[in-house]
Design a protein around this ligand. Structure first.
Ligand SMILES: Nc1ncnc2c1ncn2[C@@H]1O[C@H](COP(=O)(O)OP(=O)(O)OP(=O)(O)O)[C@@H](O)[C@H]1O
Length: 286
């Protein structure tokens, strides 16, 4: 007897508004375990909002989200979902070391005392080693390069053992070597069974990075192979005219984007098990 597989990620008809702004409209997608899915779309297309809805940081007006069959609140509390936020969403002056940041990925397992046990320390050290940051473990998080900062957050999700990983523009402001390291790590984590969603402006990197891709413009316009999504006629669906240089960062530089997350990530309006507040314009720092 074959059992139907439950997708690791299921987003069903999700609409999110910030006051008058309709950021997502009936977005629907699913992703199996072991797959990497790239999300592309213009600035303001709703990529960060999709991730925030999946983290339970913003509340959908409509629709349902399940991560490994769990609600967003449960998935976040249990450490099922890991999040690498945009740079702007993090308070880099926060007085924590790289090791502290990665250790935060273990909080869900540590209980209320948050005292790391041997297994926690070992998982943190292994994650730091995997991303190549073991030698910088005691450095304050803000004293890292852009690529190293991203790798620190990837290490946090690795230490967490997250089955679903959401990465919001992990290649923005990152050198080529870090980009390659992060791409290789994500491929390895998917091979180990994680379901990974990555928003990116870097179209060149998409085929190497992702098994599938989504073209987003408030709605899911297309969900197909990276090659299909990158066809000019399909890019034109989202961008009007396809971007010529293979990098969408220039498509609309007006909106720098910002977000929220957990711990040192700014303006977290909701605890892991609390319902997020209704979304009001400017609720988050933009
Ligand atoms: N806190 C907020 N208050 C009001 N409007 C918001 C807020 N956050 C996002 N928006 C708006 O919602 C829409 C979607 O924004 P979102 O940040 O999700 O897009 P994005 O695709 O991630 O963009 P970028 O590529 O610039 O990061 C945009 O019009 C944005 O201006």
């Amino acid at each position: 007897m074959t059992r139907a597989r439950v997708p690791a990620v299921r987003v069903d008809d999700v609409t999110v508004r910030y006051g008058e702004v309709l950021a997502l409209e009936g977005a629907t997608l699913s992703l199996e375990a072991g797959r990497v899915c790239g999300i592309i779309g213009m600035n303001g297309a709703g990529k960060s909002t999709l991730f925030k809805a999946m983290m339970g940081i913003v509340r959908p007006d409509r629709g349902r989200i399940a991560l490994e069959g769990l609600s967003t609140a449960r998935a976040r509390k249990s450490g099922t979902v890991g999040y690498v936020p945009q740079n702007e969403a993090v308070d880099w002056a926060f007085p924590v070391s790289v090791r502290d940041v990665v250790t935060m990925g273990r909080y869900g397992r540590m209980g209320p005392t948050r005292r790391p046990r041997r297994a926690d320390r070992a998982a943190v050290a292994e994650a730091l080693d995997r991303v190549g940051l073991i030698d910088l473990a005691e450095r304050q998080i803000g004293r890292l390069s852009g690529g190293q900062r991203k790798r620190a957050f990837v290490a946090r999700a690795i230490a967490q053992g997250a089955g679903v990983m959401l990465l919001d523009e992990p290649f923005a402001g990152v050198d080529r070597r870090s980009e390659q390291t992060i791409t290789r790590l994500l491929r390895e984590l998917a091979a180990d069974g994680a379901a990974i969603l990555v928003s990116t402006h870097d179209l060149h990197a998409l085929p190497q990075l992702a098994d599938e891709a989504i073209l987003l413009n408030r709605r899911v316009l297309l969900h197909d192979t990276p090659e299909a999504v990158l066809r000019p006629e399909n890019l034109a669906l989202a961008f009007g005219t396809p971007p010529g240089d293979g990098d969408l960062a220039d498509a609309d530089p007006s909106d720098a984007g910002a977000g929220t997350g957990a711990d040192l990530v700014r303006t977290d309006p909701a605890g892991a098990d609390a319902d997020p507040e209704p979304n009001t314009p400017g609720q988050e720092q933009r």
